[in-house]
Structures are given as structure tokens and as C-alpha cells.
Ligand binder design. Structure first.
Ligand code: NAD
Length: 344
């Protein structure tokens, strides 16, 4: 997508804050209800009329618009959806597995249109077939460490829905080694995925949301290890603590744009996680002097509630932070750990 297409969609958002839009391919174009030559002309034309033109042409680019996602997919129909995230468009990184997948599914259940993004193409395809909801779901292959890939991912979401309201950074890795044996390449990989990846998503989100002019929210999935260190986890501890502080700075910087930035710090979540693979569980068992099959009950027993944390528990926190219910919450860390760390 060219900057001009982003500028056109942003102009539409600034004048019609609740509207959705889709970039049309040449065969779909038809006769527009409004034809102008530039984003500035679109802005001026929309300022003079109260309706939402259903087909807009700006130069050679054509767009379909809708009052909400339902209307965009099935023109002329109205939706009575009252779920907390109805009318929002979300993009989630690391959404093919574990907590990213759980968060993205939770946002979808809460009524959002959701872009599942990940490097794992097969995992994304499986989710797309499982959900079977093309009106509200897209999947996009994005490598969070590559600037151009992240920009292209955001462009794909804008081309499909015309807006982005909430961004959830979840793609992460956790190589565990003793400090004296920590390989430099594993340290650098952690920095690239856990810090650069979050930075690139946050920067792109800020650019889009600021230009749309109606705020938004970002949720960074950190970890309890960002608050209290885990043993033999140097890169994870450093990057997860870095995410917390990056979010606080963004909350300060973006508050005047109505953009809220918060973190979730989950405790250990075993369900569906590829971080908690058999090797990782074996290392955790060795670290604690227990058998691998004792690891989950052992970690649960470290919590005040003695309760296993599920993906849905993290998703519920993400839905809350993205919703209007959290409109006065920014720069915070919501710890979802059944009561394990007491640092905030
Ligand atoms: N599982 C836990 O116990 C736990 C606890 C606290 C925080 N977290 C956080 O949750 C997040 C997910 O962890 P998980 O346990 O679900 O892991 P996971 O390995 O199951 O999922 C991580 C996902 O990130 C994707 N990914 C990796 N590199 C990528 C890249 N360069 N670009 C795009 N996607 C990429 C993977 O393909 C995978 O789908 C991480 O940020 C982690 O720090 C997990």
C-alpha cells in the first residue's frame, strides 16, 4: 500500500470515526458515489456532507465503505452486536500459537475483527479454517523483526478493514541457559523478537492510530519475569522488563492522542505454549530437582491461588484493556499469575 492509500483511509477515519473501508481491486470498482483526486479533497468533501458514501474513488484508487464490519461485508444490513469489542479492528503478533493465539481468539469472541499475524503460515491457515469467519478474520504472515514485513502486515489489515484500533504484541521467545553458557546468537534473537518486534509493532500502530485521529490501544504481552527475574533466563528477564518500560514511555508519549498502552504480565501458562516444549519442561525440572511430569503441579503450587492459568485468563485481560471499560487505564501492568509475584 502506498502512503497515499494510508492517507486516504486516515482522512476517512478522521471524518467518519466509526466507519470501515476496504480497498477494491480493479474488477470490483463500479461507479463511485463520491469521486475526488486526493486525500485532502476527500477530507473537504466529507466535511460538507453528513452521510457515508458507499463507494469512494480517490484518483485511481477505489474503496467500499460500511458503517461497521457487518455492513462492510453485507452492504445494507445493520448489526445489533453489543459485545465489548464490536466495531474494533485488532492486530495480534505471534497469533499462530500459545498466548498470542488465545488472545486473538479472545478478541474475536469479544466482537473484534481480528488480524492473526505470525511467521508460522501453516498455523495461521489452520486457525483460518477452524474459525471460518472471513468477514471478521484475516491472517497475515509477518516477521516481527523485519521493518518492511511489519509495515506490509499493517497495510494488509488497513486494505481489508480500513482501520486499526487495538494492537497486541505477543510474538516472543524464551531461550533458557545459564549465564556462563548463554550463546550470543540466542541473546540477539531474543532482543530482535521480544524487543525490536514489539518496537516495530508499536511504532507502526502509533503512526496509524495518530493519523486516524480517534485514539486506540496497545497491549504488550510481557511476563512475570519482567517484574521478578527467572533463574537462568537472562535474555527473557531483560527483554520482558524492557517491554514494560517501553510501554510506560509510550503511554506517556501517546496519551494526548488518546492512545492507551498497557502490559499484561502472565505467570506460567502451559496450555498450548511452544515455549513450554518438552525440552524447556525438562530444563525447568532439572532446575527444580523434580521430574518433568511434576513441573506443572509444582509451578501451580507456587501461586497463592494454587490455580493453573489458562490462555483464556490472559485473553480476558487483553479484552478488558482493549475495551472502553479501560478508557482511563494506561501505562499499567496487569499481572495475571494466580498470585505469584508481588512486585509491580
Ligand atoms: N507461556 C507462558 O508461560 C508465558 C508466560 C508469560 C508470558 N508469555 C509471553 O507470551 C508470548 C507467547 O508465548 P507462548 O508461550 O505462547 O509461546 P509460543 O512459542 O507458543 O508462541 C509464540 C509465537 O510467536 C511466533 N513467532 C516467533 N518468532 C516470530 C517472528 N519473528 N515474527 C512473528 N511471529 C513470531 C511463533 O511462530 C509462535 O506462533 C511471549 O511473548 C511470552 O513472553 C508466555
Amino acid at each position: 500500500m502506498t502512503d497515499t492509500t494510508r492517507a486516504i483511509l486516515a482522512a476517512l477515519q478522521r471524518r467518519r470515526a466509526t466507519s470501515f473501508a476496504r480497498v477494491l481491486i480493479p474488477g470490483e470498482a463500479g461507479t463511485p458515489d463520491l469521486a475526488v483526486q486526493s486525500a485532502a479533497e476527500l477530507d473537504a468533501a466529507l466535511a460538507k456532507r453528513a452521510d457515508l458514501p458507499r463507494r469512494i474513488a480517490v484518483g485511481a484508487a477505489h474503496f467500499a465503505t460500511g458503517a461497521d464490519a457487518h455492513d462492510l461485508a453485507h452492504p445494507g444490513t445493520t448489526s445489533s452486536d453489543t459485545r465489548p469489542l464490536s466495531g474494533q479492528v485488532a492486530i495480534v503478533s505471534g497469533a499462530a500459537s500459545g498466548l498470542g493465539r488465545a488472545v486473538a481468539l479472545g478478541l474475536h469472541r469479544a466482537g473484534a475483527c481480528v488480524a492473526f499475524t505470525d511467521v508460522d503460515r501453516a498455523g495461521l491457515q489452520a486457525i483460518e479454517s477452524e474459525l471460518g469467519d472471513a468477514d471478521h478474520v484475516i491472517t497475515v504472515v509477518v516477521d516481527v523483526t523485519a521493518e518492511a514485513s511489519v509495515a506490509a502486515g499493517f497495510d494488509a489489515v488497513l486494505a481489508r478493514f480500513g482501520r486499526i484500533d487495538t494492537v497486541h504484541c505477543c510474538a516472543g521467545v524464551a531461550p533458557a541457559h545459564d549465564l556462563v553458557d548463554f550463546p550470543l546468537d540466542r541473546w540477539e534473537l531474543s532482543l530482535r523478537i521480544n524487543l525490536t518486534g514489539y518496537f516495530l509493532y508499536g511504532r507502526e500502530a502509533a503512526r496509524v492510530m495518530r493519523s486516524q485521529g480517534h485514539g486506540g490501544s496497545m497491549v504488550l504481552l510481557s511476563s512475570k519475569s519482567g517484574l521478578e527475574p527467572s533463574k537462568s533466563n537472562t535474555a527473557y528477564n531483560a527483554t520482558k522488563a524492557g517491554e514494560l518500560h517501553m510501554a510506560r514511555g509510550w503511554a506517556l508519549e501517546l496519551g494526548r492522542d488518546g492512545i492507551r498502552v498497557n502490559c499484561i504480565a502472565p505467570g506460567n501458562v502451559f496450555e498450548g505454549s511452544k515455549i513450554w516444549n518438552p525440552d524447556y519442561i525438562a530444563k525447568a525440572a532439572q532446575k527444580r530437582g523434580i521430574r518433568p511430569d511434576e513441573v506443572i503441579p509444582y509451578y501451580n503450587s507456587l501461586t497463592a491461588l494454587n490455580r493453573e492459568i489458562k490462555g483464556a485468563d490472559i485473553a480476558n485481560a487483553a479484552v478488558f484493556l482493549a475495551s472502553e471499560q479501560a478508557r482511563c487505564v494506561t501505562g499499567q501492568v496487569l499481572v495475571v499469575d494466580s498470585g505469584q509475584v508481588w512486585t509491580r
